[in-house]
Ligand binder design. Structure first.
Ligand SMILES: [Zn+2]
Ligand SMILES: [Zn+2]
Length: 573
């Protein structure tokens, strides 16, 4: 038996009790999600009716296919079924008025019970503290390469309670270009902090930022505080140290804080569930550009990508530390926008190729919509599958990753982009065209897998004993081949030739580079190899080859593996 609720016994007049559950095990998080929704309903509409509870549960889904509710409201027994058919799950709910006679028992004929039994249930459930709600601040980040400003857009309570581990509220991993802190105003204690990167953070390094202005919607999510807080936003300065750039105060009880539900995205698929969200890394795979008829394809695509991710170390060894969820709002037409070839689509999540003028860079600039959709799953990380074959993707730390589902290299890109998004891994490659300008000075980057100091790399503990630093490799030969390949690649795009030709070219490159990088003197060893982070000189990577360097069939390098494990530890118990 469970009792859920936030307010102790005084709030009995409007309490929800979930007194029985049968057939399917609901975990604590799901029970609390149900309670959370009813509480939101109660705050919005007064006493929540069962019909409203049904509506909210159906919208959220939680991966539950069939659901029955039996309840008692003000002493009158009500019963209703969310969908027709045999229920896989039955929750007995009593919404109590203080003086109401009490109900209930699971699935069998509901029976009146003395009030004393309810109090016994309350006592038994007292140890199960309910999690806080999830508060989200959406804001606008506007500026040029020289100046930037911020403005709060809206503050919302997300549909689901906080999915994170409250014991790991402080981020000490030193990742991201930005960092935010939620500080209790009364005590000045930091309640929550996280590093992250953003689209604006990339845009300000493009050549256009020198002459034009740009606005991006961004979000900060954190556990609902009990009292007013101050939020401090920090950014890396010229020496990569965090410096405060924006601060504002927030009263979580202000009447502008919006608890209403956004439009539902059409159900949540539990792709892999290994436990309670508080104890797991919660990873949400979203679909964009899939029609309602292609929902089955989305699920197949998502499972294919997920399996490849879990075949790579260190995800492989930590599979049980993850839950994976899926959401795919139906698109009116198949595919996403690709303006450089005249294709425009109003896809549900707004993903598009040609971000920042790079034909293979896929992003969505519609953060508000994305966040409203994602909020229906417990999530900490998300990657969007865009329905189509043309090579492309993207990944921003703490925001999201993207990948084209049907490209021959789709699963590889999925894993590579997730590396950017999940662990702030830098690109180790340096011979491709990139859309933004990197600085001339070689200040030590914060990303965990590249260094400007080959004699003392961040991965010092992992170095192969006795390896020369910097470590020699057949660099000139690699660059000659790589530049020849880049030329061919540009030609194929310029002539808009079929994607199969591009895939064939990439396969040839992969075969050649696998041999080249796999058979060098120090292949497989950990050192400091020059060429990384979009620069041929001055930045170093830890191994000759890595998922962040080429599309070869190779593992993550030692530095990347260590950095990924560190993030898993920040979210999983
Ligand atoms: Zn990359
Ligand atoms: Zn690496």
């Amino acid at each position: 038996m469970f009792q859920t609720g936030h307010h102790g016994l005084e709030g009995l007049g409007r309490r929800l009790f979930i007194l029985g559950r049968v057939l399917v095990q609901l975990d604590l998080h799901e029970l609390q999600a149900v309670e959370h929704l009813i509480q939101l309903g109660g705050e919005t509409f007064g006493d929540p009716g069962l019909a409203d509870v049904h509506h909210r549960l159906e919208v959220v889904g939680l991966g539950l296919q069939e659901l029955s509710l039996f309840g008692c409201q003000h002493g009158a027994l009500q019963s209703s079924r969310v969908r027709q058919g045999e229920p896989k799950l039955c929750i007995v709910v009593a919404i109590l008025a203080a003086e109401a006679p009490i109900i209930t028992k699971s699935q069998e004929k509901p029976m009146p019970r003395p009030l004393g039994i309810i109090f016994a249930a309350l006592a038994a459930g007292a140890a199960l503290a309910a999690p806080p709600a999830t508060l989200r601040v959406d804001y606008y980040h506007t500026g040029t390469a020289q100046a930037e400003s911020f403005a709060v857009d809206r503050v919302v309570v997300e549909p689901l309670p906080w999915p994170g581990n409250l014991a790991k509220s402080i981020d000490d991993t030193n990742r991201g270009k930005f960092y935010f802190e939620v500080v209790d105003r009364a005590t000045n204690r930091v309640l929550y902090s996280r590093g992250f990167s953003s689209i604006f953070g990339e845009w300000e390094d493009t050549p256009e930022a020198k002459t034009s202005s740009f606005t991006s919607s961004e979000s900060l999510r954190f556990p609902m505080p009990e009292r007013p807080v101050q939020i401090n936003l920090k950014k890396r300065d010229g020496q990569n140290a965090f410096k405060e750039i924006w601060t504002f105060t927030l009263d979580p009880k202000a009447d502008t804080v919006d608890p209403s539900l956004p439009p539902g995205p059409g159900g949540v698929i539990a792709l892999e569930k290994n436990g309670d969200p508080y104890e797991k890394v919660d990873f949400l795979i979203l679909g964009d550009g899939y029609t309602a008829a292609e929902r089955g394809k989305f699920e197949k695509d998502a499972r294919r990508m997920m399996e490849l991710l879990f075949s790579k170390s260190p995800y492989k060894e930590h599979r049980k530390d993850f839950n994976v969820w899926g959401i795919c709002p139906p698109a009116r037409e198949s595919g996403i926008s690709r303006p450089s070839t005249g294709i425009h689509r109003r896809s549900p999540l707004g993903c598009t190729y040609d971000a920042f003028g790079s034909e293979r860079y896929v992003l969505t600039f519609d953060n508000r919509t994305l966040r409203d959709v994602a909020g229906y799953a417990p999530y900490e990380f998300m990657e969007i599958l865009v329905n189509g074959q043309t090579y492309g993707g993207g990944g921003i730390f703490g925001l999201y990753g993207t990948v084209a589902s049907d490209n021959a290299f789709g699963p590889y890109i999925f894993v590579h982009e997730f590396g950017h998004h999940f662990a702030d891994l830098a690109d180790e490659y340096y011979t491709s065209d990139v859309y933004y300008e990197t600085g001339k000075a070689r200040i030590e980057p914060w990303m965990p897998n590249v260094t400007a100091d080959p004699k003392h790399p961040k991965w010092q503990a992992l170095l192969t004993p006795g390896i020369p630093l910097p470590t020699p490799w057949k660099k000139a030969e690699f660059e000659k081949d790589s530049h020849a390949y880049q030329k061919e690649r540009r030609q194929i795009r310029a002539e808009n030739r079929p994607e199969s030709e591009m895939e064939a070219l990439m396969k040839r490159e992969e075969a050649k580079e696998t041999v080249h990088l796999g058979q060098d003197t120090w292949s497989g060893k950990v050192g400091a190899f020059e060429g990384a982070n979009y620069e041929a000189t001055g930045y170093y990577r830890s191994q000759t080859d890595c998922i962040m360097f080429t599309r070869d069939q190779v593992p993550f390098c030692a530095a990347c593996q260590g950095a990924i494990e560190q993030i898993i530890r920040l979210y999983a118990k």
